[in-house]
Design a protein around this ligand. Sequence first.
Ligand code: FHN
Length: 431
Amino acid sequence: MKHKIFISFLLVISVIGNAQINYTPSPENLKAREWFQDAKFGLFIHWGVYSILGDGEWVMNNQRIDKQTYQKLPAFFNPVDYNPAEWVAMAKAAGMKYITITSKHHDGFAMFDSRLTDWDIVDRTPYKKDVLKMLADECKKEGIKLFFYHSHLDWFQENYYPRGNTGQTAGRPAGGDWYKYLDFMDGQLRELLTNYGEIGGIWFDGHWDKKDSDWRLDKTYSLIHSLQPACLIGNNHHLAPFSGEDFQMFEKDLPGQQTTGFNPEQRVGQLPLETCETMNNSWGFNLQDKNYKSPANLIRYLVKAAGYNSNFLLNVGPMPNGKIQPEFISTLKEVGSWLEKNGETVYGTRGGPVAPKTWGVTTQKGNKVYVHVLELEDMNLLIPDFGKKVKSITLFFTGAKLKFKQDAFGIAISIPTEITDKTDTILVIET
Ligand code: FHN
């Protein structure tokens, strides 16, 4: 008897852990993963009817707004100043290679024209246009890949039942058919992967609301990979990657770091990595949130992520009129001009042969190792030996040759003070 229970327990674990059983990524998918890792930098966009209240994307739950009342919001959502060409141009000027936008966040509101519900932007707002379609067309025109952030968690659908840790105050009647909810979700994913051209990936979130439930991920992941084999699936479940996933994200943390408390069980897997972060402290538009991160701080974050072999997905929460607030635009412009000059040391690289240190990180590409000195303790830097004979070390900005000594202890480099840069002093080691 004990033996049978143990076997069935193992079976459950294997199903939960192994979402798309025996998943073998297609050649297109592996190629897309390479592209993703070369791209390094993307724009995250949290936009929805919640933007009207200017109190972030969790306002329905945080202000305990019930479903009835929340349904008044779409009538006020009329983003007449929305111009996807501006958003895409802003992303490109910032040096970003892809955009990940909320197709549906936890409030369940579809920012696209869904045939499966009228709880969407075309049926419920005076704007009546499919903002995702407009963005998809612009991205295609400008060579920017488009990803969709699609929430597993849904505070609106009544079949999202049994309820999870959140959405208790939405005023939905008790009862509902969970598998009908999953059918509905898969149906909307089919729409997103059929009507918007090539989609770079799906960014799932909200699994943590009911992490022990049967999310039937095998079916969902198989559906996505059958519709678009190159589509990269990521799931922000804060656990080790499930099979069927193609990249792993870390929220407000570099891979393996645990500063936010989101990720106690998270393990860094073998998949391409991505760290997502806000420009202030909010994902959705927040009127009062002025905790803006400086351009230098964000450049260093992007560089650190690259040193951890990870992408950096930086977020904006557009305003309800469709405009991006000026503080974000000016900061992104500065990040873009830095990348214009120093992009070679980030794009197309992988994490360097020397693990991240307190003084900085390394990235590598071909026979070049880029040493990003972010915190200069003193003018003599000792880099641990990484098994390659160093031919030369130069300053990336000027190409000036630097004196160095290589022995069993490593590579000792003396850095003249006048050449240092407070944002990132980049040295190039050629082997
Ligand atoms: O609840 C969401 C939150 O609204 C936001 O989307 C972030 C983005 O990574 N993820 C969840 C919080 O972990």
